[in-house]
Design a protein around this ligand. Structure first.
Ligand code: TLP
Length: 341
């Protein structure tokens, strides 16, 4: 089976498993786990922030950011297809008590003028804007890279209005690999960042959030309130450290595989929904006689797993458990399926 559902499906490498086995541990609620502390320090250094915090997942990291930045009754500005809005079960409303204000972006990028227009003026009738969220790379825009210049513009707007900017950088290192722009440079245009170590970087578990010392102090409290204060968690921080320090440079291979798949899809005669920038390929099945769900079943029967990203959109994600030969096989399977749809 070739599993292209997500870059979350990777299994930890041998060195990750060994690092977990040998990790020095302590009680992290007392901040006594040296492996977690090492991971948090390294993350802060790489992202150019004062401090960082190990969290269990990307969703938990994003939610802690919303809880820390906002007050109940606030509004968050975010792109209408962002993960925080689309895929987190309305957690920002359920937990932080905030409402979303969505903006339609272009390939995931919000125009700074649209962001500025959405910021609420002071008025007794209106909510206050508590946070602006940027997602890079943008998942539902097909892994599109949000240009660093656009992040800079949004941050300038946010600073004028004294509103914090949070980056959902679940796949920030894919943007880094695609552009050569460092994670620190992207992160300098936001107040807080969430990065996932369990996506393309291959850790079994874990995300990081980073920001100022005072933000992380409050975030630590929110993590505890959410039941995310873990104990001898060095056993998973150790593989996460390997993900952060040894797995980012290889992402270019995933991007090459995604490009190979994009070319194959077009060659077979299917359509692409978004130009491929990184490791996500969105295939548009509108011109066929099947829906995305039916296409996924057909592919599954032939040994390829993908997910539906809409009624007519199929998503494939490349990752380190996928080789060139798997992409070639996938293209051959698509060729076979093309004959029946
Ligand atoms: N994305 C998953 C699914 O939830 C859709 C995937 O397979 O792509 N931000 C972004 C941009 C994400 O893509 C994801 C996961 C998250 C946050 C949440 O991360 P986890 O799954 O660790 O909570």
């Amino acid at each position: 089976m070739i599993d292209l559902r997500s870059d979350t499906v990777t299994k930890p490498t041998q060195s990750m498993r060994e690092a977990g086995y040998h990790a020095e541990v302590g009680d992290d609620v007392y901040e006594e786990d040296p492996t977690v502390t090492m991971l948090e320090k390294k993350t802060a250094e790489i992202l150019g922030k004062e401090a960082a915090l190990f969290v269990t997942s990307g969703v938990q990291g994003n939610q802690i950011a919303a809880l820390t930045h906002c007050q109940p009754g606030n509004e968050i500005i975010l792109e209408e297809n962002s993960h925080l809005f689309y895929y987190e079960g309305a957690a920002i409303s359920a937990f932080a008590g905030v409402q979303p204000r969505t903006i339609r972006g272009t390939r995931g990028t919000m125009a700074s003028a649209d962001v500025e227009a959405a910021i609420r003026p002071e008025d007794v009738h209106l909510p206050e804007t508590g946070m602006i969220c940027v997602e890079n790379t943008h998942n539902r825009a097909g892994g599109a890279v949000v240009p660093v210049e656009s992040m800079k513009e949004v941050k300038e707007v946010a600073d004028r209005h004294k509103i914090p900017v949070h980056l959902d950088g679940a796949r920030l290192f894919n943007a880094v690999a695609a552009t050569g722009i460092s994670a620190k440079e992207y992160a300098q245009h936001v107040d807080t960042v969430q990065i996932c170590l369990s996506k393309g970087l291959g850790a079994p578990v874990g995300s990081m959030i980073a920001g100022s010392e005072s933000f992380i102090k409050q975030a630590r409290k929110w993590r505890k309130r959410l039941g995310g204060g873990l104990r001898q968690v060095g056993v998973i921080a150790a593989p996460a450290y390997i993900a952060l320090t040894e797995m980012t440079e290889r992402l270019v291979h995933d991007h090459a595989h995604a490009k190979q798949l994009e070319a194959g899809i077009l060659d077979v005669g299917f359509e692409i929904a978004e130009r491929v920038d990184t490791n996500i390929v969105l295939m548009d099945v509108t011109s066929t006689n099947v829906s995305a769900a039916e296409m996924i079943n057909l592919l599954d029967q032939e040994g390829v797993k993908a997910v539906a990203f809409g009624p007519q959109t199929v998503r494939f994600v490349t990752h380190y458990d996928v080789e060139e030969i798997d992409i070639e096989r996938t293209i051959n399977i698509l060729k076979k399926v093309k004959d029946v749809v």
